[in-house]
Ligand binder design. Structure first.
Ligand SMILES: [Zn+2]
Length: 245
């Protein structure tokens, strides 16, 4: 997943249209103060996302460095809360502006029903799949939605001061903050990883980062079943960040 997103970020650098959409507020919680290379890196990564979305929302991020688990480059904890499926569906319908949007929302069932492998209490069972219905279980009436997406959909104020995510980089690793001349050996591409992590804050997740085996059902990118894991990015394929990529 990291490879794909980094490639996307590179493509955005070349062809980004000037939407000037979301405004990002960066709250330094350690090592990302004004004038630092890290802050410049986060600002560049945020600009990539602003250039590809038109939503006039303010995204509030806590950003900093601290010791992380072995092999973890960075991690993101997104702020989310439960929103009823009915409200999400209505908001998506109101927000539909294109033929594709309208086609997508037209396919949304009036009520929610899905296969779940998450048992009560958030315990994930990889082998037992339960066909839920929305008559008896709150889990099939509410979705966990990132506040960043709630801002974009008008479910909360677009300018809400809510901190939408906390992004933490490993303080134990070395970083290349300007990869325009390549990524130095033994270091990692800061802007590329920051763009990836901001993507999580905006609600992009992937089953590829879930514990295995986890045959999870297909689901929207950001609005996920309650109790679904949040994202931690590891350095299991460090070659993706070799010099010149
Ligand atoms: Zn990730």
């Amino acid at each position: 997943m990291r490879n794909t997103l980094l490639a996307t970020a590179a493509a955005l650098t070349i062809s980004a249209p000037a939407f000037a959409g979301p405004t990002f507020i960066l709250n330094d919680v350690g090592g990302v103060g004004v004038g630092t290379q890290a802050r410049a890196g986060f600002t560049a990564a945020a600009a990539l996302w602003s250039s590809v979305f038109s939503n006039k929302v303010t995204i509030d991020l806590n950003v900093g460095f601290q010791a992380l688990g072995k092999g973890v480059l960075g991690q993101t904890g997104s702020t989310s809360n439960d929103v009823s499926y009915t409200n999400v569906r209505s908001a998506l319908t109101r927000d539909a502006t294109s033929v594709d949007d309208r086609s997508a929302v037209a396919s949304l069932a009036p009520t929610l029903s899905f296969m779940s492998n998450t048992l009560s209490g958030g315990v994930t069972n990889a082998t037992t799949h339960i066909l839920e219905n929305n008559q008896a279980n709150r889990d099939t009436q509410y979705l966990s939605a990132n506040t960043a997406d709630q801002k974009a959909l008008g479910l909360i104020s677009a300018q809400s001061a809510t901190v939408d995510a906390s992004i933490t980089f490993s303080s134990a690793l070395k970083w290349t903050f300007d990869a325009s001349q390549g990524v130095a050996k033994g270091t990692y591409d800061f802007v590329g990883i920051a763009a990836h992590e901001i993507g999580h804050a905006l609600g992009f997740v992937s089953g590829s980062i879930l514990p295995t085996p986890t045959p999870m059902p297909a689901r929207p990118a950001s609005i996920r079943p309650r109790g679904a894991p949040r994202s931690i990015c590891s350095a299991t394929t460090p070659r993706a960040h070799a010099t010149g990529l």
